[in-house]
Structures are given as structure tokens and as C-alpha cells.
Design a protein around this ligand. Structure first.
Ligand SMILES: [Zn+2]
Length: 228
């Protein structure tokens, strides 16, 4: 994740240039006829940011019962509200599995609305592929009290050690509003190295943790058999 810029300290009085060399204020350098336009632009910039979300995302069908919600890549910022991750959705007979729920409580609830446009089946598991904050911090909002959150044992350790700092950093990058209500939900279940077979909602999945890739705790999710 990108490191936030350092906050620049204001120039101290002793370091200021002498008054005779100070440039004219920006406002005075704008031609009088164009000042109304500059004022209008400033008024637009001063408008409050639109309420979350800007646009309701939709899942894209990959195959039978497999969907993806993709986001434009890039660093988290106030415009994208940290939603730079991809989310997977696996629909089983009796429930759905969410893979990488998103960066915040608000993003997670928005993602759930996209799930509800496809199916009314409950979320029965939330799987985290790795410990980056834009992927995992919506886990609590999406899993609720009844669905387990699952990750590799290494992702569990990374989240335990780093998530509190990552939450602060992501809030700094995206803004308090985008991250309000977001908490840290550590995985309830972990999987060891190798391949683990699990059945969630009637859908057989293979959880594959082979070690370092994107992070030390990477977990791939495979659905070998389609659910009709
Ligand atoms: Zn990542």
C-alpha cells in the first residue's frame, strides 16, 4: 500500500523571504475578467464530497455461480474510498461465499447490496486471500455474527500484528467518512500450508496456501465443480 505523504511543516517566520521579494497573491495575478470564473471553480471545489457510495457496483458473472466485482487498480484515495480490491462471490446451494470483502464497513455493505441483486442466499463464509487492508477490513461487516472469516495462518498473524496500524493509515488516505464504523475482524478459522477442502453452503472449495506470492499468507480459492 502506498505510504501517505508527510505533512509539511509551515514555514517558520525566520525563514520567510523579505516582504519586498514576496510575489503578489494569486488572486491579484488573475485578470479581473476571469475572477468570476475562478470564484465559481473555487465554489465547486468547496462543495462537500458526495455521500458514499458514488455508484453501486455490480458483480460480473465468470461461470456458473461464480462472480467477480472488480475495481480500478491504484492507491487508495478519497475518490475511490479505498475500494481498489477485487471481490469474488461463490454461490452454493444454501449460501454464498465472499472472497476479499473490501476496505471498509461502508464498502462491505455496498458490496452486499450487489450480492442481494443476484441472490437472497445468506453469506455463509468470508475468505481473505491476504492481509492487505483494502481486502480485509470489511470482513466484520460482511460476515456478521454467523459466518466465519477464514484465512491462512500467516494472514491471521499479519492481521493481528498490523491491522490496527493499517486501519489508521487507510483512514488517512481515504478520509474519516469512508472508513467510519470500520473495525478489525480477525479470522475465526485458519488453514495451514497446502490444500484444504471445505464445503460452504453446499459448494466444495479448495483453499490453497502455497507460501509467498503477493504476501506471505496468500490463499487461492478454487471451485473445482460448478453448482448448477
Ligand atoms: Zn494486496
Amino acid at each position: 500500500m502506498a505510504t501517505p505523504e508527510r505533512v509539511r511543516c509551515p514555514m517558520s517566520r525566520d525563514n520567510r523571504a523579505p516582504a519586498t521579494t514576496m510575489p503578489r497573491p494569486v488572486w491579484q495575478r488573475i485578470a479581473p475578467g476571469a475572477r468570476w470564473l475562478a470564484a465559481a471553480l473555487l465554489a465547486l471545489l468547496a462543495l462537500p464530497a458526495p455521500a458514499y457510495p458514488l455508484q453501486q457496483p455490480r458483480f460480473e458473472r465468470i461461470s456458473a455461480g461464480v462472480y467477480a466485482l472488480t475495481a480500478p487498480p491504484g492507491p487508495p484515495n478519497p475518490e475511490n474510498r479505498g475500494r481498489t480490491n477485487n471481490t469474488g462471490l461463490l454461490v452454493g446451494h444454501s449460501g454464498v461465499v465472499v472472497v476479499d470483502p473490501g476496505p471498509s464497513r461502508k464498502a462491505g455493505l455496498q458490496m452486499l447490496r450487489a450480492v442481494r441483486s443476484l441472490t437472497r442466499k445468506p453469506v455463509v463464509a468470508v475468505i481473505l486471500t491476504h492481509a492487505h487492508p483494502e481486502n480485509v477490513l470489511a470482513a466484520g461487516a460482511v460476515a456478521g455474527r454467523h459466518a466465519p472469516v477464514i484465512a491462512s495462518h500467516r494472514t491471521y498473524a499479519l492481521m493481528r500484528d498490523r491491522c490496527s496500524e493499517c486501519l489508521v493509515r487507510l483512514t488517512g488516505l481515504t478520509g474519516e467518512s469512508a472508513m467510519s464504523g470500520t473495525g478489525i475482524r480477525l479470522p475465526d478459522q485458519t488453514v495451514a500450508a497446502g490444500t484444504t477442502d471445505r464445503n460452504y453452503g453446499g459448494r466444495m472449495l479448495k483453499l490453497i496456501h502455497t507460501g509467498w506470492g503477493h504476501t506471505a499468507g496468500d490463499l487461492a480459492v478454487a471451485s473445482p465443480r460448478a453448482v448448477p
